[in-house]
Design a protein around this ligand. Structure first.
Ligand code: SIN
Length: 299
């Protein structure tokens, strides 16, 4: 059927023997799905897939989301979010240029956060010496939860935190300003319309989230989208969140993916969080297509 090689201690596996440009039968899909949820991050290398095939395969996991940033959607395929530093004829990036700057899980600010994401690499930045740039970093939030001291597990039980797209936009804008002031590329993000903003109101979710498929418990807070913990003083909320962020991204819970053209990398947003690496710039080009599958309301 296909083969699986584990890559990381807690997360990460490579699946070989699948060609997603061809029909995948139901038994193979179910077996893949099981491997995916067991390993939290899975790569299928050397794929040659069209946007339709990308959409078709990932749609088998559930409903695909169209991202609130309309200008970064793929032309003709709303379900595909384009991540790229390439400039179009108008001089503007053809996709989101700084997605994944902070540790996060995709769309955690939605009432139905993403269950999984599938990122397909079309072009990758490669240095003259052959080193590929733009790695994606992962951390297992289930392994991190397991390793917490019992006192912290008890402290977190029943607590909720707020995930906010508005919080993220402000944090990102601040980071962009700092980068521009330090001589980096100036990014002009299109302002969201009132209607777009209304479509992403703040949501509160349990900090300890139960995985709807595996039943594992994991930490559902991230530095990009979590604004605060509900019902406790601000300084205490900050302290707990910072402690959790530092705990989650410890080396022992981590996995790093170095890209090849044609990789389809899929990750479980309920079990892992991720962060991009911006160690490349034009003329080195990066072009990625991402789909995200809508998940269930966290519990
Ligand atoms: C993401 O955060 O979805 C993108 C990660 C990456 O571009 O490496």
């Amino acid at each position: 059927m296909f083969e699986v090689k584990k890559l990381g201690r807690h997360l990460g596996a490579e699946v070989t023997g699948l060609d997603l440009s061809q029909a995948v039968d139901e038994a193979t899909f179910q077996a893949f799905s099981k491997v995916f949820f067991e390993n939290e991050v899975v790569v299928i290398k050397n794929q040659k897939i069209t946007p339709e095939q990308h959409i078709h395969f990932t749609k088998r996991f559930g409903i695909l989301e169209a991202h609130v940033r309309k200008e970064s959607r793929h032309e003709g395929h709303d379900e595909i979010f384009v991540l790229s530093n390439i400039e179009g004829p108008d001089g503007k990036p053809i996709g989101a240029i700084d997605a994944g700057r902070f540790w996060h899980s995709d769309l955690s600010y939605k009432e139905h956060p993403s269950m999984l994401s599938a990122l397909y690499s079309v072009e990758i930045p490669v240095r003259e010496d052959g080193r590929v740039l733009g790695d994606t970093n992962y951390a297992s939030t289930t392994a991190a939860y397991e390793a917490l001291p019992e006192s912290m597990k008890t402290r977190l039980q029943g607590l909720q935190s707020v995930h906010s797209y508005a919080f993220y936009r402000n944090k990102n804008r601040q980071a962009q300003k700092e980068e521009a002031a330090a001589g980096g590329r100036v990014i002009e993000e299109k302002e969201l319309t009132e209607e777009q903003l209304r479509s992403v109101p703040d949501v509160s979710s349990p900090i300890v989230r139960t995985h709807p498929v595996t039943g594992k418990k994991g930490l559902f807070v991230n530095e990009a989208h979590t604004s605060h913990i509900v019902g406790i003083p601000e300084s205490e909320s900050k302290d707990i969140l910072n402690e959790l962020y530092n705990h989650i991204i410890q080396e022992e819970f981590r996995f790093k993916h170095t890209w090849g053209v044609g990789d389809l990398l899929m990750w479980d947003n309920c079990a892992a969080q991720h962060k991009a690496t911006f160690d490349y710039r034009l003329p080195l080009r990066r072009l990625m297509y991402r789909t995200t599958v809508r998940g269930s309301v966290p519990f």
